[in-house]
Each structure stands twice: as C-alpha cells, then as structure tokens.
Write a protein that binds this ligand. Structure first.
Ligand SMILES: Nc1ncnc2c1ncn2[C@@H]1O[C@H](COP(=O)(O)OP(=O)(O)OP(=O)(O)O)[C@@H](O)[C@H]1O
Ligand SMILES: [Mg+2]
Length: 487
C-alpha cells in the first residue's frame, strides 16, 4: 500500500486511501505524533508522545522542530546524554516511527494490503533541493521507507479539499497553511474536464509558524513573572515550562477571550492572566508578514479566487480568519480539516502519482551550471557565470540542456558546479545564487581543448533533480546523482 506522510515541524501524520477515502493511519483517534526525539542512556531513543512526556523532566535530552533545522548549518549534530546524533538520523527515526505506527494500524484494521510500498511526503512550498534530498535519504537510509515522491504542503491540502464530497469542480482556491514552523500559500485550480486536473498557479512560503507565536507568548509570560518577582531566574527547565504554558495559553485563547492560570517556578506560584487582545497585539507583526505574502501571491494571479481555504493547526487562531475577512471581504473563507488535510492530500497523491494529468505543479527555484563566460578569455576567473538550465515557475516536470567546452587539452575528468537561485535571467553571477553541489564525468582519455560536454538537467514532479552529462567526442557519459553539499 502507498501512504502519505505529513512530516510536520510539530506533528507528523500518516494517511492512506481506504476504500477510496483518505484516513489517518493512527490508532485511538490520535491526530498526530509529536515530531519530537528524546534520548537518555536508560530509556534509549523515544519518539513522539513518550519523548514529549519524558522530555518534560529532562529538556536537555530533547530535540524538537528538527524540520526547521535541516537547512541550519549551525545545527549539524545534537549531543544528548553523552551521545551524538546526526540530523539525518533524527529525521529518519521520526519517519521510521510514523511508518511503524502506520503498519500497526494497517494490521489492526486488517486491511488487504499489509505492507507499505512507499510514501509520498509533504514538504513546505519552497523547501530547497538539498532539503528534499535530505528528507528522502533520511527516510530511505534510516527508516527503510521508500520515498515515492514529494508534494508541496498547501498543494496537498488543496487536493484534499477538492476531493471532499462537498467541493465543487472548476474552482480556484487560495490555500493558507499556517503550521508549527512555516506558513505556506498556494493558488490551485481544479478542473477535471481539462488536461490538468489540479494546476498550481503559484505558491510561496515563509519560515513563520506557531512556534514563533509560542516564543512571543513565552516572553510575555516571563515579563509577567518578573513583574511579580524581579529576581526570578529562568534555566532550561523553567524555560521549557514557560514554553509549555505558552502553548497551552495560545490554544485556550483560540476558544476564549482570557486565559488565567498559575505557573509554579522554583516552588513559587505566579499568577498569569493574558487576554486575547494582548496576545494578538504582540503577535500581529507575524500575522501581517504572512498576509503580505498572501497579498503578493494574489496580486500576481490574474484569475478570480473562489475560496480561501485555511489549514494547519495555527489557522485555528481567530486572528487568522479575522485578517482574511478584513483584507478580502468578498471571498468566502473556509477552515478545512486543519490538522489532517495535508496528510490526506499526500495519501491521495500517492495513489495518482503515475498519472500524468493529475497534478501540475511548478518549479520553485531556478537551477543552473557554472561556466566560464567568454571561453577565449578563460584565464580571467572573475568571468565565471551561472547559466540557467531550468527556471523558477517552469511547469513540472521540466528539463534543460547546456554545452560547455574543455579549457585545456588532456583533462581526465570534468566537474560541473550546480547552483540554485531565484534568478530568472539566463545568466547571472555566482553570488546571486547558492552553490548546491557538483557532478563529475571521469575517465576522459585524450581530451582536447574545445571538447564539448552536454549537460541535461531534469526536475521531476517531486522537485528532485536528475542529471546526465555527456562528453561528446569521447562519448563518456555520467548519469549522475548530484553530490549535494551537506547543510
Ligand atoms: N487551537 C489552536 N489554537 C492555536 N494554535 C494551535 C491550535 N491547535 C494547534 N495549534 C498550533 O498549530 C501548530 C501545529 O500545526 P500543524 O500540525 O499544522 O503544524 P506542523 O505540520 O507540525 O508544522 P509545519 O507544517 O509548519 O511543518 C502548533 O504550533 C500548535 O500549537
Ligand atoms: Mg504542516
């Protein structure tokens, strides 16, 4: 069976199509597994709820929000109770736990297919090639979970929305997904009469999510504690307690206007009273930043938007709906399965992955190769330029080709550096993009100055890259997996 996995910053969920309907593969009405990793020498590794529970007492042994650290070069390894864990291992163990829980549920439900053939994993709208490859390798190497493909989170939510019995065809929706770590937006059109069933018009992402609201609320709680005791000290344990109190307060403030509670720090009780108005005031800039992204996407979209569909746990905050009502009074706003929509969409997509016309997404970045500009003056290395082969906004899958020439005779191998960027010009300077890795064609014999190397680059439907390089005279070729720079 093929499954969909919503690998979230705060919660992860597996889902599958059962009798053609999407269903979570979790027992006992659980709505997600905390994406939390814990280790100590006695308990060994714990994932999810047990990690969360144990971590309350030993916060120094916990890793949270790992999805947001995949691209953080300052966080390569984590040292927990004397043992070092790599990021890939942590992501892999979380995905492995999700796979295991899904298998248990498949067995419990006595579904016909008892094994998992692979998964479609949802990812934020603008995760980079390196982040996608990282997640794929973590799943495959650490969890023996084959990744069939990726889908952008708001696009998965859109598919899930259109798949619901009440949804109407031939509509264009704007999906706003405010999760724990990112805010993702996409404009998606559904038209089952056309060649493209689901067509992504545009999408974007910001690394803003519920955890940023939590941080600000935590700061407010600390200020309130300090007002009651100016000598109060916050160590890792109390910081953690405050974060938990902030999350609890935030959830309560989605239902009620005022939150009143006591918090115990170092045997002292502190009175905490927070109004919704106060909470919304300190977090309004975060919300506005996400709304500016919505405005930009909507302004660039020529067609009419029929609905705004809000998903993601943080869309439960009343401030989200209010902002949309104020900014777009003419568009109907729907809160749709905030916790489940993305996993459901990934599960639906997993079943339709091989159908060419099911989903048309667009490339989120441009990809180019580094060559010397003006071959005759090659010794001037300042003349390196990036030549784009694939452009941001191209419909997926997409491919491009370029030719480079040997600078000297006698080379035994060719290296080509690959860059990722937002640049849509044909040629740009290296510093405007990001070096992501290189490929190599080895074993060249008797190569001459001026020999041609053709590079073919493809970005598949999932946003992953395939490369083929051919040295045209020697016919040496390389079907190469790009050696990506590790974060
Ligand atoms: N009722 C609620 N009110 C406010 N916030 C909520 C509520 N329910 C959930 N949240 C918040 O939603 C966030 C989790 O949402 P979700 O599960 O969609 O995120 P995620 O998928 O883990 O993260 P991401 O998609 O950004 O990687 C958390 O920050 C959580 O505190
Ligand atoms: Mg999410």
């Amino acid at each position: 069976m093929k499954i969909g996995i919503d690998f979230g910053t705060s919660f992860s969920l597996p889902a599958a199509l059962i009798n053609n309907n999407p269903a979570l593969l979790l027992s006992g009405g659980q709505y997600g597994v905390p994406s939390v990793f814990y280790y100590d020498r006695r308990q060994d590794i714990l994932i999810g709820k047990p990690a969360e529970n144990r971590g309350k007492f030993r916060p120094e042994n916990v890793v949270r929000n790992i999805k947001m650290d995949i691209s953080n070069p300052n966080k390569k390894n984590f040292r927990l109770d004397g043992k070092t864990f790599g990021k890939k291992q942590i992501v892999g163990r979380i995905l492995g736990e999700i796979k295991q829980l899904a298998l248990e549920e498949i067995e419990r439900k006595q579904l016909i297919s008892q094994k998992i053939d692979g998964a479609v994993i949802s990812v934020p709208a603008a995760f980079t090639l390196r982040e996608l490859n990282f997640i794929r390798d973590a799943a495959q190497d650490e969890a023996a979970l084959k990744v069939l493909g990726f889908i952008r989170e708001p696009v998965a939510a859109a598919i899930s929305y259109f798949n619901a019995p009440s949804a109407k065809d031939e509509k264009t929706i704007l999906v706003y997904d405010l999760g724990g770590g990112t805010c993702d937006v996409a404009i998606v059109r559904s038209d089952k009469n056309s060649k493209e069933w689901y067509k992504v018009i545009d999408s974007d992402m910001k690394r803003i999510g519920g955890r940023d609201w939590d941080k600000l609320l935590g700061e407010l709680i600390k200020r309130k504690c300090r007002e009651q005791n100016s000598d109060i000290k916050f160590d890792l344990r109390t910081e953690n307690k405050i974060l938990a109190a902030a999350i609890n307060a935030k959830h309560n403030l989605s239902r009620q206007e005022i939150f009143i509670s006591d918090i115990e720090i170092e045997d002292e009780l502190y009175d905490i009273e927070i109004t919704r108005r106060e909470f919304e005031k300190i977090t309004s800039e975060l919300l506005q930043e996400t709304m500016r992204m919505v405005d930009k996407l909507k302004d660039n979209c020529a067609g009419k938007i029929d609905y705004i569909v809000c998903v993601g746990g943080s869309s439960n905050m009343p401030q989200v709906r209010r902002a949309f009502e104020k900014n777009y009074p003419d568009i109907e706003i729907k809160l749709f399965e905030p916790e489940k929509a993305i996993a459901f969409g990934a599960a639906i997509y997993a079943e339709h992955l091989t159908e060419e016309n099911f989903l048309h997404d667009i490339c989120k970045f441009s990809y180019g190769a580094k060559y010397v500009q003006n071959f005759a003056k090659y010794r001037d290395y300042k003349r390196f330029r990036i030549y784009n082969l694939i452009y941001k906004g191209d419909a997926l899958p997409t491919s491009g080709e370029s030719i480079s020439y040997h600078i000297d005779s006698g080379a035994t191998s060719t290296y080509i550096e690959i860059y990722e960027s937002e640049c849509t010009e044909d040629i740009y300077l290296p510093e405007e993009g990001t070096y992501i890795g290189e490929i190599e064609i080895r074993g060249l014999k008797n190569s001459k100055r001026g020999d041609e190397t053709i590079l073919k680059m493809t970005i598949d439907k999932s946003g992953l890259m395939q490369l083929k390089a051919i040295d045209t005279r020697t016919k040496n070729s390389a079907d190469v997996e790009i050696q990506l720079e590790e974060y």
